[in-house]
Design a protein around this ligand. Structure first.
Ligand code: DC
Length: 219
């Protein structure tokens, strides 16, 4: 039997990829997975244990002790850390925004989370969104997208969401780290949504998928 399909959606911070991915998943009737939240959950757990995130050895050691689960609620995975389901406030706290790129660059953290992400195919068809999903987690996927937007637009979106983190600095760290930097995956269809609406971006993804024979569950 063929493995369940995984639609991969990568892109920089505040590019709009989460909104696109969530709506694409809903249209297809697939489970939506936000892998940024898995890196955020790991960061929250490490910080909660009192670890200095710039100490990679301490992060690596602590990460191995974190019990991370992904329960599915209303078509999307949540993150449960050591028995506690993290809220949007936990995941998007300023302290997590500032620290997540330090935790995400530790190879052992990535190995743990990539394995957990691959394991989620047991849930059935997925739309999985992140930075390395088409390049590293599911490089063999036939359905890869890269959602982009200009730096000005991304900064403005983050400000509008009330997040004070420096989008450009986080992108710089995510793009230049040694392990699995943000890249446009081989074979990905790039959609720049700087000047189109969210619905138009979703329609473009759905149209590409329809041409490839992936049918929407909801019209
Ligand atoms: O998508 P996001 O902004 O919530 O992601 C938070 C951080 O997690 C981001 O700065 C980089 C990291 N990340 C990653 O390295 N690989 C992924 N697949 C997803 C996120």
């Amino acid at each position: 039997m063929d493995a369940s399909p995984v639609i991969t959606i990568d892109g920089p911070a505040a590019s709009g990829k989460s909104s696109v991915a969530r709506l694409v998943a809903r249209r297809l009737g697939y489970t939506y997975v936000n892998t940024g939240n898995m890196y955020r959950a790991m960061t929250w757990a490490v910080q909660n244990a009192g670890i200095d995130v710039s100490d990679s050895d301490a992060v690596r050691h602590q990460a191995g002790a974190v019990h991370l689960e992904s329960p599915v609620v209303e078509g999307q995975t949540l993150v449960r850390v050591n028995g506690r389901v993290l809220t949007a406030e936990d995941l998007n706290a300023d302290s997590v925004n500032r620290a997540v790129s330090f935790v995400a660059r530790v190879p052992e953290v990535r190995d743990l989370l990539v394995a957990a992400q691959r394991d989620l195919t047991k849930l059935g068809p997925l739309v999985m969104e992140g930075r390395d999903i088409g390049s590293v987690v599911f490089p063999e996927s036939a359905f890869k997208f890269y959602i982009d937007a200009s730096e000005e637009v991304r900064s403005a979106r983050r400000q509008a969401q009330g997040h004070a983190d420096q989008v450009a600095e986080r992108d710089r760290m995510d793009s230049t780290r040694k392990t699995s930097p943000l890249v446009v995956p081989d074979g990905a269809v790039t959609i720049d949504n700087s000047h189109i609406t969210l619905d138009q971006a979703v329609d473009q993804v759905i149209a590409v998928l329809a041409e490839m024979g992936v049918a929407s569950a909801v019209q």
